[in-house]
Design a protein around this ligand. Structure first.
Ligand SMILES: [Zn+2]
Length: 450
């Protein structure tokens, strides 16, 4: 017994020695990784405090190693230095509601028919690249064919194509589906089926579950979805336009609500607000509000934005022609007829939602008609500010808080230990969010993309 004990102890010592050796090798490799230094600009770090002037950010590999000020934090010899002088440096933006499979075309049904077989290899990579170069380093993709979106997510993660980190819902779960949309919407029929479909999505590797029209589900069906997702550590988000959609979502314990809709109802009823107040500490709200303002803005104020040169540059000629032609007479689109009636009620509903204390996050529905991926996310923050949100809080709604919703402590801020997702913009977003439109540099996972 003693001998065995001794031998055990020897083995343990050898193992410990080996571990140290491996540890040292890893440390050495980390030391020899190239250092990137972003030097000189004003840093807004995502935590909401005052900005840091003349900042220095050191990135080693894909992580932020140190943050300090010029003259105080030494830049290692041999570092690649990018000057951020005169610019604002921020965490990469996190857009929590995008659709990579659409590119702003006005006719959904046409798009679903004609482009279905080009989503994975052509359309989604275009969307992903546009978002990344617009400073968006993380997205939630909120509804797409399962295999397509997971393939694109994983190709981006492997560095094969440029794009943001994708957190994908895969197909929506809902009660009834038109055959044309069956590839990205799955029906649930009874609690057992709801549980099984959710589990199938989880087993395939989705990052979250999205439900829609949940007021048409039974509470048992919706609860089965939420329980199954939560048991796997995934959050559940609910499309939430109708009052009863919101009530049902809250009864079942979903984690985030999408849109500020209520169809054309002018405001949220008091019982819904009371339910929201009750859940405010743990509930996220992604209003996607600029998508609604964008229609009258484009038609009445600035139709020229439909001729943005990036639309033509980024799309193959045939797709460009098709998208552009679809937007020729936007005022005739049935899709938008409701929008004009909703717009006058939006500010009030936005205020009502904010008053409940739920956590505001940024999402844009990027990809819906005339909402282009290269020009979407900054507009939502701009809308928040127009509606009275403090600019710093708006920035946190696109950085710090989305990281919390995703359960990712390593995202959403520029601080030591975080993954190096950093953007540099020309201008002062605390004065005007339009500064976020002028993206000078994009770093994602330590890689300089722009
Ligand atoms: Zn959407």
């Amino acid at each position: 017994m003693r001998r065995a004990g001794f031998r055990g102890a020897t083995l343990l010592l050898i193992l410990v020695g080996l571990l140290f050796a491996v540890g040292a090798a890893v440390a050495q490799r980390a030391d020899s990784e190239p250092v990137l230094a972003l030097v000189g600009g004003r840093l807004i770090d995502g935590y909401g405090g005052p900005p840091l002037e003349n900042s220095v950010i050191l990135v080693r590999g894909n992580r932020i190693e140190a943050v300090g000020r010029e003259g105080e934090l030494e830049i290692p010899e041999g570092a690649r230095v990018i000057s951020t002088d005169g610019y604002t440096v921020l965490p990469g933006l996190m857009d929590m509601h995008v659709h990579l499979m659409i590119l702003g075309h006005a006719d959904y049904d046409y798009w679903f028919r004609e482009y279905r077989d080009r989503w994975r290899d052509v359309i989604m990579p275009i969307s992903a690249r546009e978002l990344l170069l617009a400073g968006v380093t993380t997205v939630r993709d909120m509804g797409a064919p399962l295999e397509d979106i997971l393939a694109v997510r994983d190709r981006i993660a492997r560095g094969e194509i440029p794009g943001p980190r994708v957190f994908a819902s895969g197909p929506f779960l809902q009660k009834r589906v038109r055959p044309l949309e069956g590839a990205f919407r799955w029906t649930v029929n009874g609690p057992e089926d709801a549980r099984a479909k959710t589990q199938r999505l989880i087993d395939a590797g989705v990052d979250l579950i999205k439900v829609i029209d949940q007021d048409r589900m039974t509470l048992e069906e919706l609860q089965a979805i939420v329980e199954t997702a939560h048991a796997a550590g995934l959050h559940v988000t609910a499309h939430a336009h109708r009052a009863e959609e919101i009530r049902q979502a809250l009864r079942a314990g979903v984690d985030s609500l999408e849109h500020t809709g209520l169809a054309t109802q002018p405001g949220y009823p008091e019982d819904v607000l009371a339910m929201l107040r009750e859940r405010s500490a743990s509930l996220y709200w992604c209003p996607t509000i600029e998508g609604l303002y964008l229609y009258p803005y484009t038609v009445d104020e600035f139709p020229e934005r439909l001729d943005d040169p990036r639309l033509q540059q980024d799309l193959p000629p045939d797709i460009y022609e098709d998208v552009r032609r679809s937007l020729e007479n936007p005022e005739r689109m049935p899709y938008f007829q409701l929008v004009r009636r909703r717009v006058p009620t939006l500010a009030h509903k936005f205020d009502q939602m904010r008053s409940t204390g739920v956590t505001l996050i940024t999402g844009t529905d990027s990809g819906i008609p005339m909402n282009f991926h290269f020009d979407s996310t900054w507009r939502e923050l701009d809308a928040f500010v127009r509606l009275g949100v403090d600019p710093m809080a708006a920035i946190q709604a696109a950085t710090f808080w989305p990281a919390r919703l995703l359960g990712r402590d390593d995202l959403g801020a520029v601080a030591p230990g975080k993954l190096a997702d950093i953007i540099v913009v020309d201008g002062d977003p605390l004065r005007s969010m339009e500064a976020l439109r002028h993206v000078v540099h994009v770093v994602k996972d330590g890689v300089v993309y722009k």
